[in-house]
Design a binder for this molecule. Structure first.
Ligand code: SAM
Length: 267
């Protein structure tokens, strides 16, 4: 997958793209990430990329010309053919569709994504109207710029590229992840997919840390009991922290029984 990032602060990405899974995916050639400096597409002596807003008001607005020219230099398919070319031009914006694990999975299936980072009061609206395929927000809050959002999207999408995470089963078991067909015999039977819930709790050695013992079932060696405990604790945590998710996931009979037991208790 190719990921292009358009920004007026290219140095911002020196850190976020150089660690862990993203770095390994780049080194393995699974993700090719290129950062483009929008100032390189400004033509005046001061390499101006912003201007005052028409109609008056606070702050500055990113000009359309450098953004259009940078996208043109990438030689993407024409806008209407981008879905079939598996390309998408995305404008980071607080006004966009909310980015989540489902959107990340959609993007991970593409061949090329372009992330346009806004700054100041935002980006000239003609970019959203005539150039971008999608506006994405990483949450209901306002950042100073799209760079942090782009880094979040790159990280989330990259770990979904097949081969990027050593054990692929682990990405299927994570929070928010909706089920996909699982190859037979894949993974120990004590694990369970989140199925769109939050993940179950994880523990490692020591078994007793300052008097805080790990749940006994996890050292019992009984895979079926461990799987049931994990499902129950995932349901409990989801009910406590994100009850909205329970309306969106398909619960089976076992889930309903576990939930009935949990809600009978104090959560
Ligand atoms: N005036 C804009 C508004 O009220 O929606 C906020 C502009 S913000 C200060 C500057 C840039 O940060 C935006 O153009 C966008 O690229 C980025 N940004 C801010 N919040 C974001 C969010 N929640 N998700 C993604 N990008 C965001």
């Amino acid at each position: 997958m190719k990921i292009e990032i358009l920004t007026i602060f290219p140095d911002f990405f020196r850190g976020p793209l150089d660690y862990g899974i993203v770095r390994r995916a780049r080194e393995a050639g699974l993700a090719e990430i290129e950062v483009h400096d929008l100032r390189a597409f400004a033509h005046d002596r001061h390499r101006t990329v912003d201007d005052r807003p028409f109609g008056g008001g606070e702050g500055m607005v990113l000009k359309p010309e450098p953004i259009f020219e940078c996208i043109e230099a990438l030689q993407l398919a024409p806008r209407e053919q981008r879905p079939s070319a598996k390309q998408s031009v995305i404008l980071l914006s607080a006004q966009g569709r909310r980015f989540d694990q489902g959107v990340a999975a959609e993007l991970a299936a593409l061949e090329q994504i372009v992330l346009i980072c806004g700054r100041y009061e935002g980006v000239d609206e003609r970019v959203a109207e005539h150039l971008a395929d999608l506006e994405l927000s990483i949450g209901d809050y306002v950042l100073s710029g799209g760079e942090l959002g782009a880094a979040v999207i790159v990280d989330t999408v990259t770990r979904l590229i097949p081969g990027a995470v050593g054990n692929e089963a682990s990405t299927r078991q994570e929070s928010f992840t909706t089920p996909v067909a699982v190859p037979a015999g894949d993974g120990p039977s004590s694990t369970c997919e989140s199925g769109g819930l939050l993940d179950y709790p994880h523990y490692t050695r020591p078994a007793d840390f300052r008097g805080m013992a790990v749940p006994e079932v996890l050292i019992s060696g009984n895979h079926e009991e461990i799987r049931r405990w994990r499902r129950g604790t995932a349901l409990r945590k989801t009910l406590r922290n994100r009850p909205d998710l329970l309306d969106r996931v398909a619960l089976n009979d076992e889930d309903r029984q576990l939930l009935a037991r949990i809600t009978g208790e104090d959560i």
